[in-house]
Structures are given as structure tokens and as C-alpha cells.
Ligand binder design. Structure first.
Ligand code: HEM
Length: 559
């Protein structure tokens, strides 16, 4: 036993144990029984044995070296994954459109298969096009696939360096995840449900009052739930200060991502260009963005601190994290701790808002275009809770068709089509392909979810008819150790708000001046988060009693 385990040790340890361990002698006698011999034979044998013994260390060392060299050779000679031909210097830059690259990547999947290699300038990138490949690398080999690429523009120039989405894998990443986990893990997220229930009622009231502004109401819902959880702030309108701060920071960030600006990610020396120099426009823009990002991170954080000092703070993620430092004599709040708390809270807000809005707006678009599906979901709902009550999360297991509708919404328009880039921290070989340390790895969420029969058709029944389809809930939140930590909160909030819309409202196409149906276009805006293009629709309460039901629920919540 000892000998077997020692084969996993160094060559020297192997030799030591072979020479000395009694079990080795026993082992030798059993497998190489020696008949009775003369002393001359004994001497010859023992000389041979001694020679063998002396040679053994060299053999073992040479063998180990051979194995190492062979592995290195295999790595160097294993092929890169297949991919489109690239040009010198710029790589595949010209083949990747800045608008909706997910479409081109889907074609590459069809041509080159599961794992595709391409380069942008000198940066190697690998695209994982199937659920299996994404799981194999990002999940099962998470120990080396969980870093993020270096974002020079975003992190070093625009001030997003404290965002949890951008922190490199390591102790700081673990600290951020710990902070987030306390409030957003599956069990803790249950305690956030009352906030989502209350904001759902406000959403329905908004839809009843000004249905034409449905996208503003959905935005307000998304922002209000997460702002209450992170900063304890009450949001009444999308014009509230914190939402404005976040939108300014987000809009400026996206607007400043011009080609000249992104070049700095590939040629980091460019960040040293002085701001007055002719090519330094990106640095001047980045300074403006940084000011907006700093305000977005600082203003709500400072407000919570002030409220805590005056004893008026409502419990929230930020106050809970600060309390831990206040009450522990072993922990004093350092500058880095404050930056991390601000970073976590600011990221949760910005990561939650846009993604939630994308899903809820896609749901409305799908329901306008597919009245049959909407009616079927309403009938299922009515069969369970009738017309005079609102759904609660306890009803979820009894509404299987609605569950399929939600899955289909996520599949039809995956909110974050290419996830967030991961970076591999060590050389690796996968399916005989060589993946070099430092490669950017993208999970092609879009292609994974479009790999099914009639991918562009909105057809929730596919999840009832076919049980080998990938569950979109397992895909849209990313993979491995960087998987979205807000997924339980997002899932509950979306289910509650959209199930309540189904139970209370009728959704249909809007009517133009000539009395004709206006059929919205199935079109999505290009971006890191994929939103439907603006459209119109008609939303009206299902019955005269809805207003009364909502008012009675609101007064129960306020009591
Ligand atoms: C339907 C809604 C959402 C979708 C589709 C979504 C999707 C994603 C994806 C694809 C990633 C990247 C995962 C990876 O790197 O593999 C991510 C990361 C992240 N999400 Fe979400 N998300 C959603 C909602 C939320 C919400 C509500 C929150 C906060 C409450 C949140 C907070 C975060 C954070 C902090 C990260 C960064 C994790 C890290 O880098 O370690 N997300 N999300």
C-alpha cells in the first residue's frame, strides 16, 4: 500500500521507501520467489541486485523527467482549437462586429464546433459553445478558469476596479463573494421576498395607472428592489437620485467604449499617454466616466453611514457589512474594507437592474406576440388561485406551464448572451486542444440556448415535450465560481412580478389610428445586456376587482 501511494511522491521518496520498507521486501519475495542458491550464485546475484539498486534512482529520475518532457511536448504540440483564419497583428478583429457579435459566434459554432479559437490582436480567446464544454472547463476546472481578464479601460481608468464583476480571482474575490453570500444565498434571499412582494404591488398599481409607461414601471421595480436591499433606500420613481447616478455611470461607460478606448485593453502602455496628447481622447473621456462611477459608488454608501450614525438606517447589505466591523474589536475598518463594501453594493445594484429589466421586458414582448401562450398561462393561474387573489411563491410548483414560459423567455432572449469573460490562469489541455495560460474564455450562452429545434420560435411547450433540453436557468447566470451570485434574488423577483402580471392584467397589441393591430418587431438592442427594442402594447386590468385586491394587499403590507 505504502509503495503504491509513494508512486505519487517524488522519485527520492520512492527510492527511500523501496529500500527500507518491510512491505517492499515481502512484496519482492512473493512476486520474485528465489530458489535455494550456492554462495557464488548468491554473490553474482547480490552484485546484480546492487547494480540494479544503484541504477534505480537514475531510472526513476529519467522516467519522471521523460514524463514531464512528454507532457510539455504534448501541450506544445496539441493543436489550438479550430477557428476562423486570422490576420497578422490584428487577428480576427475585422470578423467580429461590434453590434451583436453573438450572431457571428453562433455561425462559428456551426462551422468549427464546440470549442472555437480566435484572436483579437495578440489576445487569444476561446469560445465555449455547448453546455458540456462550458461545464467541463468553467465549472469542473473552476480552480484555474475563474479569473477575469485585465480590464485596463474599465478598471484602471474608469474606476470600476472595486466592482465584484471585475476583481481578479484570489483573496479579494473570495472576500467579495463572502460579503454577497451573506445576503443573497438561497436561504437568505427568502428574507428579501417581502421587499419584492411590496414592490410588485407598486408595479401593478403603476401598470393600472399609466400602462403606456410599462417599461418605466418595470425599471422602477428592478431598481427599487435592489436599492432597498443594498442601501435601504425607498424608490418612488425612475427619476430618483440613485437611479440617475447609476444610469449616468452606466451610460457614460458604454458611450466611452469607442474603438480607440478599447485599444488600451490590448496595448496597456497606452494608459500612460498624457491627457493633453492628440490620441488621448479616451483618457479624457475615462476621467469623466470615473467621476460618475465614483459618485454612484460613494453617494449611497455615505448616506447609509450618515444614517447609521444618526440611528436611522434601515437594515441593508451596506449597514450589515459596516456593523460587522463596528461590533468586532478584532476588525477595524480599513480603507480597503470600505472600498470593498462600496464595490460590492454598487455592483449588486448595477448588475441587478439591467438584467432584470431585460427579462421582464422580453416577457411582455413575447406575451404581446403570442396571445395563445399568455391565455394558457392565465388559465393555469386562474385554475389554481381563481380571479380574486394574487399568486405567492408557494404556488410555484403548481404552475408548471408558467415555469416553461419563463424558461422560454430566458432562452428566446438570453439577457447576457456571452456572459462575462473568464481568464484561464494555467496552461491547459482540453479534448486534445491546447488552451494557453492567459486566454480569455467566453461561455457562448446565446448559442447554447439556441441549440434546439426551431430556436427562433417562442414555444414554451418544448420543455414539456422534450426532456433533454438544457434548462435555461442553468445557463443564463454563467458558470463555475463566478456564477451570478444574485440568481436566487433575480429568480424570485422575476417570478413574483411576472406571475402577478399574468394574474391581474391583460396584455395585447396596441392599436394604431386606423384601428389596426401594431405588431411589434422582434428586435433586440446590441449590448452586453440584450434588451428588446422599444415597442408599444396595451395593458389593462383583467377585471374591475383588481384595483380593490391590490389596495387591500397594499394595506396589509403597510400594517
Ligand atoms: C436575470 C437576471 C440576471 C442574469 C441573467 C445575470 C447573469 C449574470 C452572468 C451571466 C454573470 C457572469 C457569470 C460568469 O462570469 O460566469 C453574472 C455575474 C454577476 N451577477 Fe448576475 N445576472 C442576473 C441578475 C443579477 C442580480 C439580481 C444581481 C444582484 C442582486 C446580480 C449580481 C451579479 C454579480 C455581482 C456578478 C459578478 C460575479 C463575479 O464576478 O464573481 N446579477 N450575472
Amino acid at each position: 500500500m505504502c509503495i503504491l501511494t509513494s508512486f505519487m511522491s517524488t522519485p527520492f521518496e520512492i527510492l527511500r521507501s523501496m529500500n527500507s520498507h518491510p512491505s517492499f521486501l515481502l512484496y519482492k519475495d512473493v512476486f520474485f520467489p528465489v530458489p535455494h542458491r550456492t554462495s557464488v550464485e548468491d554473490m553474482a546475484l547480490s552484485t546484480t541486485f546492487l547494480t540494479l539498486q544503484a541504477a534505480l534512482p537514475c531510472v526513476v529520475i529519467l522516467l519522471s523527467l521523460g514524463i514531464l518532457i512528454h507532457r510539455r511536448w504534448l501541450f506544445n504540440h496539441s493543436q489550438r482549437p479550430p477557428g476562423p483564419t486570422s490576420l497578422p497583428l490584428i487577428g480576427n478583429l475585422l470578423q467580429i462586429p461590434s453590434n451583436s457579435p453573438e450572431h457571428v459566434f453562433r455561425n462559428w459554432f456551426a462551422v468549427y464546433g464546440d470549442v472555437v479559437f480566435f484572436r483579437i490582436f495578440h489576445q487569444p480567446t476561446v469560445l465555449l459553445n455547448t453546455f458540456e464544454a462550458a461545464q467541463d472547463l468553467l465549472e469542473k476546472r473552476g480552480a484555474i478558469y475563474s479569473d477575469r481578464p485585465r480590464f485596463v479601460l474599465f478598471s484602471e481608468l474608469m474606476g470600476w476596479q472595486n466592482a465584484s464583476t471585475h476583481v481578479p480571482y484570489g483573496p479579494r474575490f473570495r472576500k467579495h463573494r463572502r460579503f454577497i453570500h451573506q445576503t443573497f444565498n438561497q436561504q437568505a434571499a427568502q428574507f428579501l421576498k417581502p421587499i419584492q412582494e411590496k414592490e410588485t404591488l407598486t408595479l401593478i398599481k403603476g401598470l393600472m395607472t399609466t400602462p403606456e409607461h410599462f417599461s418605466r414601471h418595470l425599471r422602477r421595480f428592478a431598481a427599487a428592489t435592489i436599492l432597498k436591499v443594498t442601501y435601504g433606500a425607498e424608490v418612488t420613481s425612475v427619476d430618483d437620485l440613485y437611479i440617475q447616478l447609476a444610469e449616468r455611470a452606466g451610460t457614460l461607460t458604454v458611450q466611452s467604449g469607442t474603438p480607440a478606448a478599447t485599444l488600451v485593453d490590448f496595448f496597456p502602455f497606452m494608459r500612460h499617454i498624457p491627457t493633453w496628447a492628440p490620441l488621448a481622447g479616451f483618457k479624457r473621456n475615462a476621467a469623466v466616466v470615473k467621476e460618475a462611477v465614483d459618485r454612484m459608488m460613494n453617494v449611497p454608501y455615505e448616506m447609509v453611514k450618515r444614517e447609521m450614525e444618526s440611528g436611522k438606517a434601515s437594515p441593508c447589505l451596506t449597514s450589515r457589512l459596516l456593523e460587522r466591523y463596528r461590533h468586532s474589536p478584532a476588525m477595524s475598518l480599513s480603507f480597503e474594507d470600505e472600498e470593498d463594501i462600496k464595490g460590492v453594493a454598487g455592483t449588486m445594484f448595477s448588475a441587478a437592474e439591467d438584467t432584470t429589466i431585460s427579462v421582464s421586458t422580453t416577457f411582455i414582448l413575447a406575451m404581446v406576440l403570442h396571445p395563445r401562450v399568455f391565455k394558457k398561462a392565465q388559465e393555469e393561474m386562474e385554475g389554481l388561485i381563481g380571479r380574486d387573489s394574487l399568486p405567492s411563491t408557494e404556488d410555484r410548483p403548481s404552475l408548471p406551464y408558467f415555469e416553461c414560459v419563463l424558461k422560454e423567455v430566458l432562452r428566446w432572449n438570453p439577457p447576457v448572451p456571452l456572459g462575462l469573460p473568464h481568464r484561464v490562469m494555467e496552461d491547459d489541455v482540453y479534448r486534445g486542444y491546447h488552451i494557453q495560460k492567459g486566454t480569455t474564455v467566453l461561455a457562448n450562452i446565446y448559442s447554447i440556448l439556441k441549440s434546439c429545434p426551431h430556436p427562433d420560435l417562442f414555444y414554451p411547450e418544448r420543455y414539456l415535450e422534450q426532456n433533454d433540453l438544457v434548462d435555461p436557468f442553468e445557463v443564463v447566470f454563467g458558470f463555475g465560481r463566478r456564477r451570478c451570485p444574485g440568481r436566487h434574488f433575480a429568480d424570485t423577483g422575476l417570478w413574483l412580478s411576472l406571475a402577478t402580471v399574468v394574474a391581474t392584467m391583460d396584455i395585447s397589441k396596441s392599436i394604431d389610428d386606423q384601428g389596426r393591430d401594431v405588431v411589434p418587431e422582434v428586435a433586440f438592442k446590441s449590448g452586453f445586456v440584450r434588451h428588446p427594442k422599444p415597442f408599444t402594447c396595451t395593458i389593462i386590468p383583467r377585471s374591475g376587482s383588481i384595483e380593490r385586491i391590490i389596495e387591500s394587499c397594499v394595506s396589509q403590507v403597510n400594517d
